[in-house]
Unconditional design. Structure first.
Lengths: 111, 117
């Protein structure tokens, strides 16, 4: 089954403790991206990647890092999480022919 | 700049009545438009899309949307609402082909649909 898998689904952490949210897709898509969803703001793009070793900032990249060492994986890294990064995060992959596939989401709480 | 607006934070409708969730957009070229639905504690589910062709697009769960180029709108509709349609709905537009970020989706702020029995 074609899918985007995010882990973990839920995470509660403390301010300043580095964390990684993993994202993996099995469709061989070149394009992947991360979004955060906040009430009243919709989904906003954090980072995207056009292909292996090619990443770039989206609209709200501050406080986040990503890497794309292989096509299937696109982890989101929070080096020093802060409470304003409490949000619902979605990973997505995209292929022009087949469209977008979203992961199930990761609900992050930073206390 | 590309943008999407959903002017209503919440739409309330009685079960069996028709529903409309509004969306307007602003793009520089031809729009690729999408509707997604999010049920509580669930991810985003694709409902329908407009790329080209017929202005009336039919999608999942009996939903449809009408593309209106002159009004730059893409309203989501359903002839008869169900209580189970209650969810958060997002309209989105894809960034233009001329951009380096050609896979980017720009989302509206979301509209909560409440269908009451």
């Amino acid at each position: 089954e074609a899918q985007v898998t995010q882990n973990p689904r839920y995470l509660i952490t403390v301010t300043g403790k580095k964390l990684t949210v993993t994202c993996s897709q099995n469709m061989n898509h070149e394009y992947m991206s991360w979004y955060r969803q906040d009430p009243g703001l919709g989904l906003r793009q954090i980072y995207y990647s056009m292909n292996v070793e090619v990443t770039d900032k989206g609209d709200v990249p501050e406080g986040y890092k990503v890497s794309r060492k292989e096509k299937r994986n696109f982890p989101l890294i929070l080096e020093s999480p802060s409470p304003n990064q409490t949000s619902l995060y979605f990973c997505a992959s995209y292929l022009r022919a087949s469209g977008y596939t979203f992961g199930s989401g990761t609900r992050l709480t930073v206390v | 700049a590309q943008s999407v607006a959903q002017p209503e934070d919440q739409v309330n409708v009685a079960e069996g009545n028709p529903l409309t969730v509004k969306c307007t957009y602003s793009v520089s070229g031809n729009p690729y438009l999408f509707w997604y639905v999010q049920y509580p504690n669930r991810g985003l589910q694709f409902l329908l899309k407009y790329i080209t062709g017929d202005n009336l697009v039919k999608g999942s769960y009996g939903f449809e949307a009408e593309f209106n180029k002159s009004q730059t709108s893409f309203h989501l509709k359903k002839p008869s609402a169900l209580v189970s349609d209650s969810a958060l709905y997002f309209c989105a537009v894809r960034d233009s082909e001329g951009s380096s970020n050609t896979g980017k989706l720009i989302f509206g702020q979301g509209t909560t649909l409440q269908v009451k029995p």
